[in-house]
Design a protein around this ligand. Structure first.
Ligand code: MG
Length: 375
């Protein structure tokens, strides 16, 4: 019997219906894809945010994620796809994509380049779903070798950066409360781009003088206004500006880069490895996220390419469990700035992993990406 046919029948048995509703299908228990050696499993999960999170483009209280596991000879590697709705992926799209993954054609998990090129070729897009396979594969490999990834990369664990903690757009009393809760963080990231930018900054400055990083999320629609705002922010102990204007505004960002007293970092404009070249001359630096660039392998390559262009590098995240955050943390000794607070923003983390201690990304010596699943 062909495997696909078997899965179909197994699905009928499990769900007792010949008409499987796609939503109940993905919300059911984990789905196992049998292979000769490597097994991929995945299941949906919903992250609960501690606060309603507002940026220039949207507001939300939860984030859908898809958790993955790759098992090989009794060893399990964990992965995760985080899918904030505005990026276009969902439980359904990730389940559709991962259902197409057939790892049985590979007899060796160490053939990472080959396996991940195959994953990327299955369908365009789906960067977070692809990252969930990449991360699980990296975790598996590290566990098979018995070493953490920072060592496999040849990096010094004490070189991890301090991470910023993100303050979403909100009313002054809520902003002040959030700043108080962020006490252990040495740097704050402030979301801007609505009509209360100065109020946000002045509210924060009324309670702390910590360095700030500002993320406009494409919110400013005029380059002259953007420059005036940045000149004002430069007097407020702000370190950098992320994605000030719409990602399509290439000439406007290049204009701004020439004049800005602060580094301009491309985030929404920079997704995959190939976008690094396009960002050169347009931004001072790039924000690399595993969920945009399909995981650890391409993130590492993207950092190397950005460095070859003398660009600054930030490593960022979505709201994620300690699984994906830990994966990014192993690469973080390579970057100038880290924004890896994703697991700190949620109340239902599934993993114990890399920690933020006194604001610093702190690696452990566990093999792989350094995580243990909570019971
Ligand atoms: Mg950003």
């Amino acid at each position: 019997m062909k495997r696909r046919e078997f899965l179909k029948i197994a699905g009928f048995t499990v769900f007792g219906s010949t008409f499987i509703n796609p939503v109940s299908y993905i919300n059911s228990k984990s789905i196992t894809r049998s292979t000769s050696k490597m097994k991929l499993r995945f299941y949906p999960y919903t992250l609960e945010l501690k606060h309603v999170f507002t940026v220039a483009t949207a507001s939300r209280r939860t984030t859908p994620v898809m958790m993955t596991e790759i098992e090989y000879e009794g060893v399990v590697g964990y992965g995760e796809a985080s899918m904030p709705p505005y990026l276009g992926e969902s439980h359904q799209t990730a389940a559709d994509f991962l259902s197409k993954v057939d790892l049985s054609q590979f007899d060796d998990p160490f053939k990472t380049e080959e396996i991940l090129a195959y994953i990327d070729s299955i369908a365009p897009g789906n960067p977070a779903a692809k990252a969930s396979v990449d991360i699980a594969l990296h975790d598996l490999i590290g566990k098979l070798i018995g070493q953490p990834w920072y060592k496999l990369y040849g990096l010094a664990p004490e070189k991890t950066p301090y991470t910023s903690f993100t303050i979403g757009i909100d009313k002054p009393d809520v902003v002040r409360q959030k700043v108080k809760e962020a006490e252990k963080f040495k740097i704050l990231k402030v979301k801007l781009g609505l009509d209360n930018d100065k109020e946000m900054i002045e509210t924060i400055r009324s309670v702390t003088d910590k360095p700030l990083r500002c993320d406009v999320n494409q919110g400013w629609k005029d380059k002259e206004y953007a420059l005036r705002m940045i000149e004002w922010l430069a007097t407020k102990n702000v370190e950098l500006i992320e994605q000030p204007m719409p990602k399509e505004w290439i000439d406007e960002h290049a204009w701004l880069k020439e004049r800005s007293p602060l580094p301009i970092i491309g985030d929404e404009a920079v997704q995959r490895l190939k976008d690094i070249r396009k960002a050169h001359g347009v931004y001072h630096g790039v924000n690399i996220k595993l969920m945009k660039c399909t995981g650890m392998r391409e993130a590492y390559k993207s950092i190397m390419l950005a460095r070859a262009f003398d660009m600054k590098v930030m490593i960022g995240c979505m709201t994620e469990t300690s699984c994906a955050i830990s994966a990014a943390a192993h690469i973080s000794p390579l970057v100038d700035w880290a924004d890896l607070d994703g697991a700190e923003l949620i109340s239902n983390d599934l993993f114990d992993g890399v920690k933020i201690i006194d604001g610093k990304v702190t690696l452990n010596n566990r093999p792989g990406i350094g995580i243990i699943k909570k019971q």
